[in-house]
Design a protein around this ligand. Structure first.
Ligand code: 5GP
Ligand code: ZN
Length: 115
C-alpha cells in the first residue's frame, strides 16, 4: 500500500495539505503537530500508508527503523537529548489518524505511567 484515499497524512506527505515540515528522509516526513502537547511535538510518518506501527514494521522493517532515527534527528536537532516517542495504536488508546505516526515529544517534564 502506498497512499490511501481521504487519508490526512497521505495528503500532507503529498503536499496537498500544508504542514510545517521539519525533516524529510527517503521514507519519512516529519512535521509539527497542529495541537502540540509539549514544546517539541513532531509527528514522524512513513511516506507509505499503513494504518499503524505494527503494519508499517511488517511491511518494511528498514523504513520502520528510519522512523526512530528520524525522531532522534528531529529531537537532537532542536536541542533535546531526552524525548518521548509514542505510537497510539487503536481508537481505544487515542489513535485518531489511521496512518502510522510517531509522536516525538520533548521540552517539559513528563510523568510515568502516561495518562
Ligand atoms: P493520534 O491521536 O492519532 O495518535 O495523533 C494524531 C495527531 O495528529 C494529533 O496529535 C493531532 O493533533 C494531529 N493532527 C490532526 N490533524 C492534523 C493536521 O491537519 N495537521 C497536523 N500537523 N497535525 C494534525
Ligand atoms: Zn495515509
Amino acid at each position: 500500500m502506498t497512499a490511501a484515499p481521504d487519508c490526512l497524512f497521505c495528503k500532507i506527505v503529498a503536499g496537498d495539505i500544508p504542514a510545517e515540515v521539519v525533516h524529510t528522509t527517503e521514507s519519512t516526513v516529519a512535521f509539527r503537530d497542529i495541537n502540540p502537547q509539549a514544546p517539541l511535538h513532531v509527528l514522524v510518518v512513513p511516506r507509505d500508508h499503513e494504518p499503524d506501527a505494527a503494519a508499517s514494521a511488517a511491511a518494511d522493517a528498514a523504513m520502520f527503523a528510519e522512523i526512530a532515527t528520524t525522531a532522534r534527528a528531529v529531537a537532537t536537532g532542536e536541542g533535546y537529548d531526552d524525548y518521548r516517542l509514542v505510537f497510539n495504536t487503536g481508537a481505544g488508546v487515542g489513535q485518531t489518524v489511521f496512518h502510522t505516526h510517531c509522536h516525538v515529544l520533548a521540552g517539559r517534564a513528563m510523568t510515568w505511567p502516561p495518562g
